[in-house]
Design a protein around this ligand. Sequence first.
Ligand code: SF4
Length: 461
Amino acid sequence: MSILRNTDGANNTKMSNIITNSIPAGIYIHIPFCARKCPYCDFYSVSELSYLDIFMDALLHELEFRAEPDLNIDTIYIGGGTPSLLSCGQTEKIIAHIIKCFNVMDNPQITMEINPGTLCISDIAQIKQQGFNGHSNKNNYAKALGNGTDTGTTAEITRKLENIRSIGVNRLSIGVQSFQDHKLSFLKRIHSAGTAINTIESARKAGFDNISIDLMYGLPGETQNSWKYDLDVAISMNCEHLSCYMLTYEPGTPMYDEVAGNKFKPLDDEKVSLLFKQTSGYLASHDFYHYEISNFARCMKKKEKELCCQSKHNRKYWNMVPYLGFGPSAHSYDGINRFSNDSSVKTYIARLNRGKLPLKMEEKLTIEQKMIETVMLGLRTAEGINIKNFEHKFNCDFDKLFGTVMERVKSRSWGELCSGKSTYEINHETKGEGIAQEFFHLNVEGWIFLDSVVSWFVDEI
Ligand code: SF4
């Protein structure tokens, strides 16, 4: 089925006939607004908040346009951008519309990204005036706590988070990035370390028992001690999940231009690799399971690689499970085709106002593309590539195709074949859930050379 032969029609984006009787899909909502653009970020967002209300109308319209009441959904992810700029009423409307337009199953995982510094009325007022006043120089945990917002503000943050919890959001992804003000200042984030801590504590008070935080490492001059400080604070906050990203310099971002103009010297690759290894080892020693190259889930019971703390939604991406994306620049995948919406919020609104879908790109994945993506995404995960599933899906002999590459990886001690029970429902395809299967996976050393390893695999396809 080609989903987008005619980008004006709604019927072209139906995916339920492809994934009927299959595992549930996920829904991603992109909120394309940020208080201020961070100089390293290449996600699509604008800071013209005056568009927020008409964007909301367009988004609800898109959901109705692409409604599929029979399509099973078990994860909803409201990201961006900065979804915490929405009022609770707006978030509630989005969730209610998803429930109206799709078959949202019992107990869905509903995640919302939160940017500390956007939860109070005073924050929003300040954002609207574009008046940020930087950060304090305090950079240790105790000082950071002391630097938090006052009691009145804390109560306001907690109240907003309680409201968010009450409308069905049951998982938060908080964009902390660092618990040190000098790092936040370099990244030009709008919040302080104190506000980040305050937000996490308020989330707990509001009843959230599934909290993820984003942290960033590899900033210029960063040492293992400095990074350990951020990890220590994160561990002490008892979060269920950590996403640790290395700072990268993406073309088109102001920070990329600064590096190109020699404004500062990035941390060299060797030091960044050491920080990556440190992260994996240190978090493992504190009962975090490194289940994807950048993601760590707290093991509730020791030695169990429990799924409950992992991002169910993101696992769909890594396992090539269908998902629907709504909002500017959002991508969708139906198991065969991939398509994306126009990035511009103005174009997005204008097209929906004219009764048309805001589609920009449609691509029917070839077998080779699917193989490449399966390898590329599988190697990012600790579980690795499920060999039986791969052979079943692509009607091939994995060993014949990749035997030489696997030997090359093994000879460098970067990865290995192993057998075990798959932890994911992707196994529905071979009806093998719970049965021991064979996987090829990389270890931490291998992840450092992920790009090279992927290119070796791709050369064999
Ligand atoms: S990093 Fe987050 S807050 Fe900063 S511009 Fe990107 S999406 Fe917005």
